[in-house]
Design a protein around this ligand. Sequence first.
Ligand SMILES: [Zn+2]
Length: 149
Amino acid sequence: MGVKLEKIVKTYYDKLAEGKIMARKCKECGAVEWPPLLGCNTCGSPEMEWIEISGKATLVQFVMPSPITRKPEMDFIKPYALGVVDLPEGPSVNVMVRGIDRKNKDIVREQMPVACHATIVEKEDYHTVIFDLDVVPEGKKRERKPKTE
Ligand SMILES: [Zn+2]
């Protein structure tokens, strides 16, 4: 990791600890990068500035974690899905969305796109951002398949 990027990452996490979610905005084309990057992904310009993002988002797609994609270190926020959210500032990003489980996933899917918002959660030694559904639908009770034994 280069020194410049390290500084950006440090600033990002320092601000998270203060409750602020920061992104980088390109001074050339206006594209917003979150999580923050060294340069602009859209036009390649290195001229970026910090902006605070609102934390508002729209969930447009998600999958339930599988044994391969689940993140055991994030078990404390369960249940969650792996989602794609559109931020009003511009970018679409892969995030963890809390509140979706096997009982309500079909309802959430029918209602998409659904509003959600960023939440800063504290892990052992750093802060990270997850997203919560603005309204968590109550899940249907699934009928249990009788065991065929
Ligand atoms: Zn740009």
